[in-house]
Write a protein that binds this ligand. Structure first.
Ligand code: GPV
Length: 812
């Protein structure tokens, strides 16, 4: 029977009782057992936290079986393994996802309700694991899910930050205020501490030459201790490990100092060592060049390399076989020291010839590039590298020399002007280098790595990003998931290309009505939350126009807010013109030191305050900006969105992954020809995508006219008026200096060509308005977006990496 389960509320799909691996009575017993024996509580005294932990542990028990099975199968087959090294894993909450993957959704709901707790409240008690900034970290999390779903033997390796990405509030008159995030204040119910998997990681000191090899004697050292979290794939067929390293002091406590009464000195070694895994650097796509950051990078990379070699050596005796058993993926250049560290281990600890060691290491390593922006490409001062990692610096120089010798006619070097360029190092030490969208990969070939590409043709490949449909459709949008299942049958969650089977149904008015009704219900839920959380009433029938992502000038949230101001003026001038009602929704954080991005945040909040107070436009225009955007908020917003803002300056967004989540969930995109927008538009068709703006090469051309911004402002009354309103203090209680930095930048340099793209953006928005006028046709276009974007499953991406980069076949 079609369409009934879409109305059934919470359940993603109806799973018949017989197919449930565990019924709710059994799960209830397990929860009670954990309440008693793990939490030390009986039911009457159980807090929300107790219940959440008991449920977590009961579900975790169900994950152990596939986890052990996968580990045993990998050992038995002596299979090649993938090691995904990433400074960031932005995984969000784990409980709901795990419940879904092991097929316990219905049973857990029933069991928890039966014990007197509200299921959704229990799930919501889990803090987000925010061990990442944005797209790069979230991609790593989607990849973990897909590697487990596909049965690709893999480990994720990263840092167990005590404090993830900061919490954001707008407490100070709409300015971003950061406070420390504290996810580990409560026990992390998913992890297993592995004290036996500990490595001593050294820094500084000296190097003694010893013939062909060298002996590095570090000056300081910390202990890297492993914490393992099982990552179970869809339907519990396979599970991999996310191994995060925590830093500890080798000698935890100075008892002599304590006995003398110097308590601070007594705890000093512990405090110092722990700073290494204390906090995630909050900079997204900007390189800060801090010594602690270099230490973090070496800390987790070196621990991971040692762990990889230990595992290999336990199974094999000949290190020349390493590349047939080990594929190490470097997620950006943050783990780039993996190359020199692996060479060091092979040469200094195993006596391998240097050139052979370089060849062996290269055959194991892959490097993913996530940006072309110069400020994001890591470079370390030679002085710092020599001081912190003296042996590695020697190895880097030697790699550089032999590369130069092999290619004498070319002028590419790793060490240049007293700096070590980590991009060049990664490229030279990797057997495959990949970009993250078709356009980005072409730009990688033509710009940053043009010379290296000429020297090593074929090394650069493209692996367009993807997102996991389990979290981003099934978990986040249960209503849409039910409609999909009702329409094309079960089993699309790990065969997302099957979404094309929806296409014939789109011609059916009944289907479109259901699709529209699901979006409407998701929007009502979001409107309720906005009202509850922010005290702002929004019209759920209005278009929900959403821009959620990190704040960066290249992502151009200021283009969006300028258009919002211009629109507001136009509506005021002509209130009866039948405007398409809109709710403009923003979400995202700025790096604490990024002044311009924070100014844009402040402006958006102030524009929201002024516009929302205008009774003449209230029915058609509202601006909301909920603070502290994170993975959980994305799961709430995306299914309720009508319009997806993907408006970066062309050539700057390597891929984007939010853009994919929106399309899959039936939002239309207004966007530039940038990153994966290009591929989204190709798939959904240009008639189902609102394109605007200059192309990447037109942007480059445009910048050659020094006064491109001034000209654009002169040519556009709307843009000029919007900027003037800001300058006149309309959003700053008359303060005409408040946004000086921002407006002067727009009038002057405007590197990100906000002004030059403004009119084109405005026109595209008016095409959006016109399209909104035909609601049924809008729904048709939205459904086409869902039907045609199944290719963006991260399963497809991982299959690409497995075939092109890792040369590994799935175990299931
Ligand atoms: I470099 N990205 C990020 O989130 N942080 C970084 O430090 C760097 C890149 C992002 C890109 O900006 C996105 O375009 C891309 O989709 C994402 O990485 C994943 O590839």
């Amino acid at each position: 029977e079609k369409g009934t389960s879409a109305q059934s509320g919470w359940y993603p799909t109806k799973i018949s009782k017989e197919t449930l691996p565990m019924d709710s009575t059994e799960l209830r017993q397990s929860i009670l057992k954990h309440l008693e024996f793990s939490m030390g509580k009986d039911l009457v005294h159980a807090s929300l936290y107790d219940m959440r932990m008991a449920l977590t542990l009961a579900v975790r028990d169900r994950v152990i079986e596939p986890w052990f099975r996968a580990t045993r199968a990998t050992y038995a087959a002596q299979s090649k393994r993938v090691y995904y090294l990433s400074m960031e894993f932005l995984i969000g909450r784990l409980l709901e996802d795990a419940i879904m993957n092991v097929g316990l959704t219905e049973a857990a709901h029933e069991a928890v309700a039966g014990l007197g707790f509200d299921f959704e409240t229990v799930l919501a008690d889990e803090p987000d694991a925010a061990l990442g900034n944005g797209g790069l970290g979230r991609l790593a999390a989607c990849f973990l899910d897909s590697m487990s779903t596909l049965g690709c033997p893999a480990y994720g390796y990263g840092i167990r930050y005590e404090h993830g990405l900061f919490r954001q509030s707008f407490a100070q008159d709409g300015r971003q205020v950061e406070t420390a995030e504290d996810w580990l204040r409560q026990a992390h119910g998913w992890e297993f501490e592995r004290p036996e998997a500990s490595f001593r990681i050294g820094f500084g000191g000296s190097v003694a030459e010893n013939g062909r090899t060298a002996i590095w004697t570090p000056e300081d050292a910390v202990l890297a201790k492993a914490y393992d979290t099982p990552i179970v794939g869809w339907q519990g067929k396979w599970a991999n490990t996310l191994r995060l390293w925590g830093a500890e002091a080798l000698t935890a406590f100075d008892l002599a100092a304590f006995n003398k009464g110097d308590f601070t000195a007594a705890a000093a070694p512990e405090a110092l060592a722990r700073t290494i895994s204390r906090v995630l650097y909050p900079d997204d796509t900007t390189e800060q060049g801090k010594e602690l950051r270099l230490k973090q990078e070496f800390f987790f990379t070196a621990a991971s390399i040692r762990d990889i070699l230990r595992r290999f050596n336990a199974e094999h005796s000949d290190l020349s076989g390493l590349p047939s058993r080990v594929a190490i993926q470097m997620n950006d250049t943050h783990p780039a020291i993996a190359g020199p560290e692996l060479v060091r281990a092979l040469v200094d600890e195993s006596g391998m010839e240097f050139d052979t060691a370089v060849e062996t290491a290269r055959a194991c390593l892959g490097y993913t590039n996530h940006t072309l922006m110069p400020e994001a490409l890591e470079r370390w001062p030679e002085e710092l590298m020599s001081r912190v990692l003296p042996r590695h610096m020697q190895i880097i120089e030697r790699i550089d020399e032999s590369h130069a010798k092999a290619h004498p006619k070319r002028n590419v070097s790793i060490v240049e002007n007293g700096e070590v360029k980590m991009g060049e190092l990664s490229f030279i030490m990797a057997n495959k280098v990949n970009g993250v969208s078709a356009l980005h990969t072409e730009l990688v070939k033509d710009t940053v790595f043009a010379e290296l590409n000429a020297l090593h043709p074929g090394r650069i490949v493209n692996e367009t990003n993807g997102v996991t449909p389990r979290r981003w459709i099934k978990g986040a949008n249960p209503r849409l998931s039910s409609l999909i299942t009702d329409t094309i049958g079960a089993g699309w969650e790990d065969r997302l290309e099957r979404l094309v089977e929806l296409e014939p149904a789109i011609a059916d008015k009944g289907f479109r009505n259901q699709f529209a009704e699901i979006k409407a219900r998701n929007k009502r839920d979001l409107a309720d939350w906005i009202e509850r959380d922010m005290g702002i009433a929004v019209n759920p029938a209005a278009m929900f126009d959403v821009q959620i992502k990190r704040f960066h000038e290249y992502k151009r949230q200021h283009l969006n807010i300028l258009e919002t101001i211009a629109l507001w003026q136009e509506i005021r001038a002509n209130p009866g013109a039948g405007w398409a009602p809109r709710v403009k929704i923003f979400g995202g954080k700025a790096a604490p030191g990024y002044v311009m991005a924070k100014e844009i945040i402040h402006l958006i909040n102030n524009v929201a305050r002024v516009i929302n107070a205008d009774t003449t436009t209230r029915d058609v225009l509202t601006v909301v900006y909920p603070p502290n955007y994170n993975v959980t908020m994305a799961e709430r917003l995306i299914p309720a969105s009508d319009l997806s803002e993907q408006i970066s300056t062309a050539g700057k967004e390597a891929s984007g992954t939010g853009n994919m989540k929106f399309s899959l969930n039936g939002a239309l995109t207004i966007g530039t020809l940038d990153g994966a927008n290009v591929e989204i538009r190709d798939l959904v068709g240009p008639e189902n995508f609102f394109l605007f703006g200059m192309t990447a090469s037109e942007v480059v051309e445009c910048r050659k006219t020094p006064d491109h911004a001034a000209r654009a402002i002169k040519a556009s009354n709307r843009l000029g008026a919007a900027i003037e309103m800001i300058e006149a203090g309309a959003f700053s209680n008359g303060d005409t200096e408040m946004y000086h930095g921002l407006t002067q930048n727009l009038r002057g340099h405007d590197y990100f060509t906000v002004c030059a793209d403004f009119d084109s953006y405005w026109d595209a928005q008016r095409r959006v308005d016109a399209a909104w006028g035909d609601q049924d046709n809008w729904t048709r276009m939205a459904a086409i977006n869902t039907a045609r974007t199944g290719w963006f499953s991260s399963d497809r991406t991982i299959q690409g990496y497995m075939a092109d980069v890792w040369k590994i076949t799935p175990m299931i």
